[in-house]
Design a protein around this ligand. Sequence first.
Ligand code: NAG
Ligand code: NAG
Length: 460
Amino acid sequence: MTEDSLAAAKSCGLIKAACPTGSPGTAGRPAGNMLPRWVRQCRFMGRGLVLGVVLTSLVMLLYCLSARPPQRHLQEVLVPYSCEYHPSHASKQLVSNASRNLNGQTSSCSPKVDIMFMKTHKTASSTLLNILFRFGEKHQLKFAFPDSRNDFLYPWPFQRSMVKDYQPGMCFNIICNHMRFNADEVSKLLPADSAYVTILRDPAHLFESSFHYFGHLVPLTWKIPGEDKLSEFLRNPQKYFEPEGYNSFYLKNLLFFDFGNDNSLDPQDPRVDQGIHALASRFQLVMLVEHFEESLILLKDALCWEIEDVLFFKLNVRKSSTVSKLTPEQRARALEWNAIDWKLYRHFNATFWQKVEAYGRVRMAQEVQELRRRNQEMAAICIKGGAAVEADNIQELDMQPWQPMGEKSILGYNLKEGIDQRYRALCRRMLTPEIQYLTDLGVNLWVTRLWGRVRDLINW
Ligand SMILES: *[C@@H]1O[C@H](CO)[C@@H](O)[C@H](O)[C@H]1NC(C)=O
Ligand SMILES: *[C@@H]1O[C@H](CO)[C@@H](O)[C@H](O)[C@H]1NC(C)=O
């Protein structure tokens, strides 16, 4: 049903495998308290397993109940009527120095407040969400949030009815949580001139990251032998991959899939180019993880924001020991395997550098330098020890990032003590992980949180 139930099934299988019903040296059933150690251990594990299964089923049930059927029928609205006299008046109040560049030139524009940010997987997008949340709070914007969890029922294609408290005709400023993109439905929530932005990542790195992070949730990986499943998979993906396999989209052309397309098309299929062109005409800015700071400068420029608005600390970063380096050969295979994403990436890489060119290389270099300087300044003001630490060393519960199944590989931060009053709120905001921030913005994430509790309890 959902991702986690299958992971549960998997660990059940492992526990059973670790507890053979008959051990080679013992004939028959050992009696009473003479039980050998392994039997007692198995009973203990068995009990844990039963508890785990019961709790998991319960959560699954709740999870499914919360995942309301997305096909609720809604009255058709083309452009939301409430968007017609929506924030244009609000944005006029925002006087901006935004496009004042380092040479002191100014050009007048008012900050864009209507934004669709397509949050792709494993693409530093938590950091971007933090930027959008801060901007939204600063300008009191209206977010279209999901209900009870932090995504719009991914991988279901997005529907307006998934938005928390949605009523036909409602108009929002920002939508930015995980979704499977569905342009038609999104456009019915936002003013017609909203800025659509997104971010891509080199598909080989993305594949590695996705395999690491979501591998457990894809049943077809369970049968891959050996310690290094990634290498084994890449050696012969056809042998293991099933396009219909549960959650299999995490392992093939995930970007193309996130944008609402079919990820198992032949790369030569005309629908691939059509898909890419549809995105190119829809999205005003496509950023690249590999050039994150340049991306933010382009974002600031496209949206007429201030440099303050795009200051950031890297959130949701993996411990470097858990990041595996692909060999050149593996990289080539990963790109071949994710050929559609590779095509997508190269297309938007080209448009990205055209934008940088148009912005001015020198000007870009100066702005990136300024952004780095300001970020370092903020790090010195806000972060205890000046850098990210492992989860076990994070003191405040509110600062704990959400962890992938089975490990604590995501780093987080400790807020410095005695921060100057002027920066206290900003520091806290910049360091607050996504789940906590969403809660602070009024999303009741009970499903996500409950699931986290159960995972803690049964020690996943
Ligand atoms: C714009 O810049 C001027 C000069 O640097 C400054 O005095 C003013 O406060 C700025 N306005 C805003 C809204 O930031
Ligand atoms: C991206 O574009 C730049 C500039 O044109 C080029 O040097 C680079 O090789 C491209 N990278 C990819 C992955 O296509």
